[in-house]
Ligand binder design. Structure first.
Ligand SMILES: N[C@@H](CCC(=O)N[C@@H](CS)C(=O)NCC(=O)O)C(=O)O
Length: 204
């Protein structure tokens, strides 16, 4: 299977999960603005996972769940029982719909104002800080509750997903280093062999 990614993006979460799962895959760098890639994902966003079906799979949380489901021995998905499954689903939804979305005005300010001035764009970027902080505080509480992990005290796809997005705060005045439970989580993730491999290979 082929994972389409771009450096620094949420697609790296899927790449880390593929590594943790010991999956047989190929990582392909995508130019998400190209027509060629838009035929793979009409929304023009990474990640996409091509497993040789009629169309590529899209949406990071769904792809992460697919990787966990197809590699149950790697224990990257939820614990047994509907409530545990709900909790992972709830966490992935938070990461995709609240956390990821909080960064959009910061990275793509021109999509949130028709005013093309630099001042207007800077105002949009700065308006993102409060929502990002709110999501980071929630993530910090999840990690405190999860004894150093995002979901139920053990490594899961939620760790990979949270890690790649929390890194984006390095572009902000308040970085992940200022959150008491996120900071040690990030340091542990950065020391993980698979994470190091993905960070290096995705920049190559
Ligand atoms: N809902 C999508 C969002 C994916 C997404 O926004 N990916 C970003 C990278 S982190 C991207 O490709 N952005 C390109 C763009 O918005 O033009 C998902 O969860 O996969």
């Amino acid at each position: 299977m082929k994972l389409y990614y771009a450096p620094g993006t949420c697609a790296l979460a899927c790449w880390i999960a593929l590594e943790w799962a010991g999956a047989d895959y190929e990582a392909v760098r995508a130019d998400y603005k190209s027509e060629e890639y838009q035929r793979i994902n009409p929304l023009g966003a990474v990640p996409a996972l091509d497993i040789g079906g009629k169309r590529a799979m899209t949406q990071a949380p769904a792809i992460l769940q697919y990787i966990a489901d197809t590699h149950p021995e790697s224990r990257l998905g939820s614990n047994e029982g509907v409530e545990n499954a709900f909790e992972l689903n709830e966490t992935l939804s938070f990461l995709g719909s609240d956390f990821h979305a909080a960064f959009w005005p910061f990275f793509m300010p021109y999509r949130y104002t028709t005013d093309e001035s630099e001042a207007a764009r800077n105002a949009v970027k700065e308006s993102a800080y409060a929502r990002i902080d709110r999501a980071m505080l929630h993530l910090d509480a999840l990690i405190a509750q999860g004894s150093g992990h995002v979901y139920q005290g053990r490594r899961s796809i939620a760790d990979a997903y949270a890690f790649v997005m929390a890194r984006w705060t390095e572009y902000l005045p308040k970085t992940w280093r200022e959150y008491p439970h996120i900071a040690p989580f990030m340091e542990r993730m950065q020391a993980d062999e698979a994470v190091q491999h993905v960070l290096q290979a995705s920049q190559a």
